[in-house]
Each structure stands twice: as C-alpha cells, then as structure tokens.
Design a binder for this molecule. Structure first.
Ligand code: GAP
Length: 447
C-alpha cells in the first residue's frame, strides 16, 4: 500500500470478519462500541506478533529481562505516576445530538455531526476504575492499568535484587491496558481495552542520549525485518515541546501510513526519554529507596529510563494493511495477504485434489501437525481453496494428487510467486521447516 485508499479499511474489516481475524465484541447483542474479539486466525497472528516482540526484546538479549504484573493496580501507583492528576482529556458534548468529542478534535465551536451547540469543555478522566472487595466506598477503588510500564517501576527493586542486575539493563512487559477513550475509533487502532508491548531501559543519565538513538533504530528494525512492513510505509516523527508528556524529556514516534489518518500517518509506537521521573516519583510516594548502587563509582543514583512503548492491536492492523493486495490474474481478482511467513496464522494447507484422496492426504496433515499450524481443506474446487488460503496469508499449499499415490510425493505451491516444487513425503517435514525458516528460494520456479 503506497497511497491512501479509502476503500481499503472497509475491505480489510470485512476480510477480518469473514476469515476469523477480528469480530466486534458482543455482536449478537448489537455490539459493544470499540471493543474487539480476535477469532481463530486473529489470535494466531496476535500470538505470532507477541512472540516475535518477546523474542526480539527479551530472549535474544543478555541485558533485558521480562515480567508480568497484575492488571488491577494499587491507586497510589497512579498517584505517583501523575495519572490521577494529569490523565484527563477535555471533552465537549453536543446539546442537540448528544455526541461527545475531544475538544482538540473539533474545529470551530459547533458540533461536527449536526452543527448543534456545544457545552463548555470538561475534564474527562481516562482511567477505568472498579471496586475491590465487598464494600463500595472510596477506599476500595482500584484502577485497571492504563499503561503496562508503571508496574515495572514499582517492581524495579524486586527485579534488580533477584537478578543482581547492573546498569544498563531493561525490563519488559506486554499485556492489557485500559483507557476510557472519549473517541475510540478506526477499528482496532484506538480502543478502550488494548495491549501494549513496553520496555523500560535503565541507564546512566549521561548515556541516555546514546541509548535513545539505539532503541529507536532497533524498534524500526523490528517492524521492517521481523514483521516485514515496508520501510516506505513507516516514518519517525519527533515530538515538539508542546506535545511532550509531563514525564518525557524527548520522544519520537514510529508512525505507519494508516489509510484513515488525516495527515496520512498514525502512531504505532513511542520511544521516550522518561529521565528519572518515574523512579523518583515512586520513591516519594512510597518512601522506599529505589536508587541504584553504581558499582563503578560506588555512588547511589536514580537511573534514567529510555522507554519503547508500542500497541499490539495497532501493530496487527499495520501488518494486515501492509500485507493486503489485489492482483488481476487471468481476468480474476486474487486477494492476497502477503504476511511474513513467521506471522502467518496457518503455515501450510493440505489440499487433496479430489475427495477420494482425503484419507491419504489426511496422513500428510498428521505428519506436519506436530511441527507447525496446518489446515486440511477438501471443500470446493482446488482454485477456490488456493484463493481462500491466499486471503488468509498462508504461505504454502501442499497438494496431494493422484500421482501422489504412485510416487509418494506432493506439490508445494508458494503464495507470492505461485511457484511449485514436487517433494517426496518422506522429506516433507525437513523441506517445510527449511521453507518456513528461509523463505522460498530464488531458484525455485515462479510464474
Ligand atoms: N507508557 C507510555 C505510553 O503508554 P502512549 O503513547 O500513551 O504511551 C503507547 O501509548 C502505545 O500504546 C501507542 O503508541 C499505541 O500503539 C498504544 N495505544 C495507546 N492507546 C491506545 C488505544 N486507546 N488503543 C489502542 N492502542 C493504544
């Protein structure tokens, strides 16, 4: 996708529902606005992105560790972080049609929907709260975390002590976050319940500039090299001073060319220098010493923090938009999700050419199933079945034909080049493992 395509979102939302990627939550009851459920293909894609992020951020590094905190958090966490006092949006209501808008999303002073009169702006708290325990009073009020990073700061000392970490090091976590967004919209781009992938990298204050640049480049590399998103559809955008969050000394977003964004670009992730703001704030609120013993100089310091903070839903949407393409082949439109093979929910489909071959072909599925997600499909013509798999982003289709009964071989067909190779069933697991690791070799035939 290189140009803004107004139909693209409609087509993608429809494909997501039809194939089982994303559904509106509570659909049979009329749907819960801006709440989304992931179907069988969506959950696989989501897990593949999560695993890729965890692998890239934590597992392959010696200086980053992970954690997984509770969603329901102590109210003092949000007092210290500044969310209770700062995490508000000014909103206006239309007196006529009752629509509600963020003030900064309205041009002029009338309702953008009906031209009606608007109320004065009022502050609208963005945190979702609930009651814990049997009593409904203020002391039982707790919050669903609006970001995953604060529990990392709160557990800073626990993690440092457990692993005897030395600067610089990172602590990462991914998981649900909740915000009572006034204008949640654009499919899964902005919702009230979403998932974040965050990493807080603690370092010496004088090294924070170097680490900021390092992580910015690393994060971009993840989107392009690991997820296969086209570099031309991504950009860096530095925040100016008026945009900076209260805790940040500098922030650069990684943006994707979303088709619905008014200036063509929407935020995927922010990389920020949060200085020592959070640890200092939690020290003041809790009375606990969260400073760090700097072994080199034998002094106590409060480290600076470089944060990388991305959204899983937005990444999944960018991956789908980037992968979606339509091709004209022999007078027919072929819809393809050109997903990176690491992300594809189904890695291979086993397709018997005729129903009569189902029993033998099922044995091929049984052979592959322990190694990677596969799908057996026998309904409809072979052409229709190929098209279903192309739309689902399946990189390889394995056809079992009448010749397979004789030569004990099958044909592997690749989604993008439409190239085919004949492979003995005995070596199919090895062959497929290689193809899923390295991709389709250039010397293999294509069309
Ligand atoms: N800890 C910093 C932080 O939370 P943020 O810019 O508010 O910063 C980080 O959020 C990322 O989380 C965003 O870049 C976006 O990808 C995702 N995100 C934030 N609000 C979201 C929402 N309402 N729906 C979906 N994703 C959201």
């Amino acid at each position: 996708m290189t140009e803004v395509d107004t139909d693209l979102m409609k087509k993608l939302v429809s494909l997501c529902k039809r194939l089982g990627f994303v559904y509106q939550s509570g659909e049979i009851y009329g749907g819960l606005q801006s709440s989304w459920d992931y179907g069988p293909l969506g959950v696989e894609l989501k897990k593949n992105i999560e695993n890729s992020w965890w692998d890239f951020t934590v597992r392959t590094r010696t200086n980053v560790v992970g954690m997984d905190s509770a969603i329901i958090t102590h109210p003092d966490v949000w007092k210290a972080s500044g969310h209770l006092s700062h995490f508000h949006d000014p909103m206006v209501d239309c007196l006529q049609c009752k629509s509600r808008f963020r003030q900064d999303h309205v041009e002029g002073d009338v309702c953008p929907e009906c031209g009606g009169e608007l109320t004065e702006p009022r502050e609208f708290g963005l945190m979702l709260k609930t009651q814990m325990g049997a009593l409904e009073n203020d002391s039982a009020t707790v919050y669903l975390r609006p970001e995953t990073c604060q529990p990392i700061f709160v557990n800073f000392k626990n993690v440092v002590n457990a692993l005897r970490l030395r600067l610089p090091f990172g602590i990462a976590q991914m998981g649900k976050a909740f915000r009572n967004e006034i204008t949640a919209r654009n499919f899964i781009f902005r919702s009230r319940e979403f998932e974040q992938m965050e990493m807080e990298f603690f370092c010496l204050p004088e090294e924070s500039g170097t680490w900021f640049t390092y992580w910015l480049e690393e994060r971009m590399a993840w989107y392009t090299d690991r997820l296969g998103i086209l570099r031309d559809n991504l950009r860096f955008r530095e925040h100016d001073d008026s945009e900076l969050a209260h805790y940040a000394d500098g922030c650069t977003d990684i943006e994707y060319r979303f088709p619905f964004a008014t200036d063509g670009w929407g935020e995927l992730e922010g990389v920020a220098n949060r200085t020592d703001f959070d640890l200092t704030a939690h020290m003041e609120q809790s009375g606990q010493d969260l400073s760090f013993q700097n072994q080199v100089e034998n002094t106590k310091i409060v480290p600076y923090v470089i944060e990388t903070s991305g959204g899983l839903g937005r990444t999944l949407l960018a991956v789908l938009l980037d992968a979606y393409r339509e091709e004209e082949i022999e007078g027919r439109t072929r819809v393809v999700l050109g997903l990176h093979r690491d992300l594809a929910p189904i890695k291979a489909a086993i397709l018997p050419l005729s129903k009569k071959l189902s029993e033998n072909a099922a044995k091929v599925e049984e052979l592959l199933r322990p190694h990677f997600p596969v799908r057996f499909d026998v309904t409809g013509s072979i052409g229709k079945r190929y098209r279903r798999m192309d739309e689902a982003g399946t990189p390889y289709c394995i056809t079992y034909d009448f010749e397979s009964l004789e030569d004990n071989s099958v044909t592997i067909r690749e989604r993008d080049s439409l190239g085919q190779v004949r492979v003995p069933i005995d070596s199919l697991v090895n062959e497929m493992t290689k193809l899923l690791r390295d991709g389709w070799p250039a010397e293999n035939p294509g069309t």
